[in-house]
Design a protein around this ligand. Structure first.
Ligand code: ATP
Ligand code: MG
Length: 197
């Protein structure tokens, strides 16, 4: 058997396996996706999914639990396409380390998140950087997990951020842990507009 024939045989076998697995997946429901870990790409993946959703004509909503240093490009683009953004008003006070102010800001934006999570018109809701709110106990864990669990059955939710708590991982349908193998910042390269934000 020559190389091409062998390749064809292998590809055929592979296709049979994939087809069988595709045929097995019969459940249709909104998903909970958790994108966590220390590597770059968590929010990027979340916004990529929102773009997919909007591209298909569905509605999506975004909640940003940590306001970045810069106005992110995704917001400008997606708001033009009717995606509502709820952003933590005061930003996150890493610098002042004012826990009470952080909790107040988190609580306020959480009220908007709850509305999105109870509204079936949203096909996808991105809860960007929510993991920190749970990790630091800035938001009541039970209330957050219950709101996510009780969302409309067709709605998918994406949670991003490092260090997702175990409860969130176990209730999720899909969990991706992005590994930090290398990051430009560590080599002294500045975060880049249009790439990093
Ligand atoms: P991105 O928004 O690029 O997808 P992320 O959501 O995975 O990144 P965050 O922890 O939210 O990561 O960090 C946001 C910012 O920090 C981005 O500008 C990103 O490039 C940068 N960053 C992400 N991971 C790392 C890392 N491992 N080391 C240094 N900087 C990082
Ligand atoms: Mg992020």
């Amino acid at each position: 058997m020559d190389k091409n024939e062998r390749h064809k045989k292998r590809a055929q076998k592979q296709k049979e396996k994939v087809d069988a697995r595709v045929a097995q997946a019969q459940i249709e429901k909104g998903l909970l996706l958790v994108i966590t870990g220390n590597g770059k790409g968590k929010s990027t993946a979340g916004f990529g999914t929102v773009a997919r959703c909007v591209g298909h004509g569905y509605k999506a909503a975004v909640v940003q639990f940590i306001k970045g240093q810069w106005e992110c490009g995704e917001r400008t683009l997606l708001e033009q396409h009717g995606v509502p953004f709820a952003v933590m008003g005061t930003g996150f006070t890493w610098n002042t380390q004012d826990r009470e102010a952080d909790i107040a800001a988190a609580t306020e934006v959480w009220q908007q998140a709850k509305q999105f999570l109870s509204d079936p018109q949203y096909h996808v809701v991105l809860l960007d950087e929510l993991t920190y709110m749970l990790g630091y106990d800035y938001l009541p864990k039970e209330e957050v997990l219950t709101a996510i669990a009780n969302r409309p059955s067709e709605q998918s939710v994406i949670v991003t951020g490092r260090g997702a708590i175990s409860e969130l991982r176990s209730m999720a349908d899909t969990v991706s842990e992005i590994k930090d193998e290398k990051h430009a910042f560590k080599a002294g390269i500045k975060a880049r507009k249009g790439v990093d934000w």
